[in-house]
Design a protein around this ligand. Structure first.
Ligand SMILES: O=C(O)CCC(=O)C(=O)O
Ligand SMILES: [Fe+2]
Length: 322
């Protein structure tokens, strides 16, 4: 599948590219990206996850073609769990213009495809590819954990401090997300309003422009690069590090110029902390003088109560209204 080239003359965010094969060698740069811009490209040339992402994209294309009433049978339960389908127009309008979102997605939970917990129902069309979805989840989760391990080391804590809290085989709210943004005329809608992710690490594959981050006060496109994933951190890891790391705001708008005539898909994996992890800053980050970043989307939290990651993410997700 080939896509129209990303056009010239649109504002592009300057984001570093780090080779997956040199993650350890680039450890300082990884920390720099994850505590300043909050995003980096991961060059995965030669890693089989890129072709798995391509295959899953095709599954997404056909799954979203299901009739709306069929997809609605799998709609996620607001405020309960993110597992399942989300229809367009259901996300909290956080942009200044309060436009409804034009993105639909399917969240396929890792626990459900690995059998760690009982599964909800997914469309047969989608779940018949369970083996591939499982391999992709495993690969993306491992990549997320390698990044967390490098970050821990750079932050002078044992590398297992993060990875042991984000284990693939222990129950969590980690999941794959297949997204589909419907093309539209005019400026009355937004793909996905401005938000920060909730978990630890996000591994994103996308083929058309549309993702934007703020850079020097201006929204700029993150240009998709062949064989690269786009990596960013979520609020949970910012909370655990007491703000030493950054979860950057991002949004999805129209793909630039001629790319916007096409439907836009992305294949995302969210590494989230294991359900029983206590959501409080690790000891090491309580009394140091690293500059602090704010954790996105605050919610009411009882004084002195430490929430489990499962409950913390549930409350954080409920805020998004989807
Ligand atoms: O599709 C994209 O480029 C980003 C999607 C995203 O930010 C999300 O699902 O949280
Ligand atoms: Fe996001």
């Amino acid at each position: 599948m080939s896509f129209p080239v990303f056009p010239e003359g649109v504002p592009i965010a300057p984001i570093s590219s780090i080779k997956y094969s040199e993650l350890n060698k680039s450890a300082k740069e990884v920390l720099e990206c994850c505590s300043t811009v909050g995003f980096f490209y991961l060059d995965l040339s030669g890693h089989s996850i890129t072709s798995k992402a391509d295959e899953i994209r095709e599954i997404a294309v056909s799954s979203f073609r299901l009739p709306a009433e069929e997809k609605m049978k799998y709609h996620l339960q607001k405020g309960v769990s993110l597992a399942g389908y989300k229809a367009p127009g259901t996300v909290k309008k956080t942009d200044e213009t309060h436009r409804p979102d034009t993105t639909e997605f399917f969240n396929v939970f890792t626990d459900h495809i690995t059998g760690t917990t009982d599964s909800i129902q997914y469309p047969p069309h989608l779940i018949e590819h369970k083996a591939l979805l499982k391999q992709f989840s495993q690969d993306a989760h491992a990549i997320g954990n390698e990044i967390l391990s490098v970050l821990a080391d750079q932050l002078s804590i044992p590398s297992s401090e993060f990875t042991s809290r984000n284990s693939f085989s222990t129950s969590s709210q980690s999941h794959i997300r297949l997204t589909h943004k419907i093309p539209h005329e005019g400026a009355d809608a937004v793909g996905l309003p401005s938000h920060t992710d909730f978990g630890s690490v996000t591994v994103l594959f996308t083929w058309l422009g549309g993702l934007q981050i703020q850079h020097q006060g201006e929204w700029k496109y993150v240009k998709p690069l062949k064989n690269h994933a786009i990596i960013n951190l979520g609020d949970a890891i910012v909370h655990l590090t007491n703000g030493a790391l950054l979860s950057a705001k991002h949004r999805v708008v129209d793909a630039p110029k001629e790319q916007n005539k096409l439907d836009r898909y992305s294949v995302v994996y969210f590494v989230r902390p294991n359900n029983q992890v206590e959501m409080k800053p690790l000891e090491r980050f309580l009394n140091d003088d690293t500059p602090r970043k704010r954790v996105g989307g605050k919610f009411e939290q009882e004084e002195g109560v430490v929430l489990s990651a499962e409950e913390w993410i549930r409350r954080r997700a409920a805020q998004l209204g989807s």
